[in-house]
Design a protein around this ligand. Sequence first.
Ligand SMILES: Cc1cc2nc3c(=O)[nH]c(=O)nc-3n(C[C@H](O)[C@H](O)[C@H](O)COP(=O)(O)OP(=O)(O)OC[C@H]3O[C@@H](n4cnc5c(N)ncnc54)[C@H](O)[C@@H]3O)c2cc1C
Length: 384
Amino acid sequence: MNPHPIVIIGSGLAGYTAARELRRLDTGIPMQMISADHAGFYSKPMLSNALASGRTPQVILNADAEKMAGQLKMDIRPHTRVVALQPDAHRIVLQSGDTLRYGRLVLALGADPIRLPLEGDGADAILSVNDLDDYRRLHNALQGKREVAILGAGLIGCEFANDLAAAGYRVHLIDLAAQPLGRLLPPLGGAYLRNRLEAIGITFHLETTVRRMERAAECLLLTLDNGTAIHADVVLSAIGLRPRTALARTAGIEVNRGIVVDRFLRTRYPDVYALGDCAEVEGRVLPFVMPIMHAARGLAATLAHTPTPVRYPAMPVVVKTPACAAVVSPADAHIPGEWSVEEGGDGVKALFRDLEDRLLGYALLGAATGEKNQLSAQLPPVMA
Ligand SMILES: Cc1cc2nc3c(=O)[nH]c(=O)nc-3n(C[C@H](O)[C@H](O)[C@H](O)COP(=O)(O)OP(=O)(O)OC[C@H]3O[C@@H](n4cnc5c(N)ncnc54)[C@H](O)[C@@H]3O)c2cc1C
């Protein structure tokens, strides 16, 4: 038996779900978790709808690292950054210079928010929220303030916009696309969502972007490409995430958009696995909760010596915009097809079919969200 533990780098949903699933299958296997952050367990999706309901960072934290270590019977090292992987030697290098040996290694490194390169002396004041510490910074920055500008009207940008508006802030939502959720909704769906968000006071600035951000007397002054000037107390960027691949790439592990793994979540290096926002599973980067749950279950079985390929069913995503109920199940972007859209009965039902008329995806808004289960049952699996 390998005397070294299974080492998991990362204490997000991917790291903890893999650890929990593995502990269920094997109560004795030695496990160790290394995390650059506090390593407490919390639900990240909650961060974009916590303000209006008054949930503070302390309330969102479910369990700290010590409690998790007790629950999962594993050694957890918070505030410990891994700076290099040495897969040939089955070793990782910590920022302190110490090295640790592993039997098998799980990379659950997450993703970094993409930053827009901006001109102006206020550019460094831009915030983004991709973890609980970021949320704490946002929460503090908002105290006593009123005006917020959000860059990016994708899932996270729309959710924060709705939450901030519901919490009483005045919100500007800025996007290069002509509609919110441009990659997930056909134009009629985008217009419906926009309408609902405008009805709660959100101001859209579409088909434009921020060029400059300067510090003014008591706020930030944003200049958009279309010439519009916006005063904001807080600016939040939500323009997307990039899988954290640098550690793997430097170690010679194959990287494409994410860390490349097969359906067993194996990299090409023996005993090195990856899952979650950092991973690319057979060409797919799926930075959502449901894929992580399925991947973690498969990986745990594989690590417990029953090699188990990951299977993904259809995995709809509920958009947390209470002003406009919405659920999307996007089709693979590479498959040609067409939307058919019905509006009425206070909702929009958009179905995406391929050229042979097979249903591949959908977007449901308002009352049409009631059809979610029935339509999901008709969708093919994302990865059979
Ligand atoms: C605001 C928000 C709302 C969301 N809402 C939804 C939703 O409603 N539905 C949905 O399906 N998905 C949602 N998502 C996406 C979902 O939350 C993520 O896909 C998921 O949480 C990612 O988990 P992860 O463990 O892969 O990454 P992370 O949670 O980012 O964890 C990465 C971990 O790796 C550690 N780490 C990184 N580098 C190092 C290093 N060098 N050394 C040591 N440790 C390191 C980090 O400290 C961290 O602990 C949302 C995301 C956000 C940001």
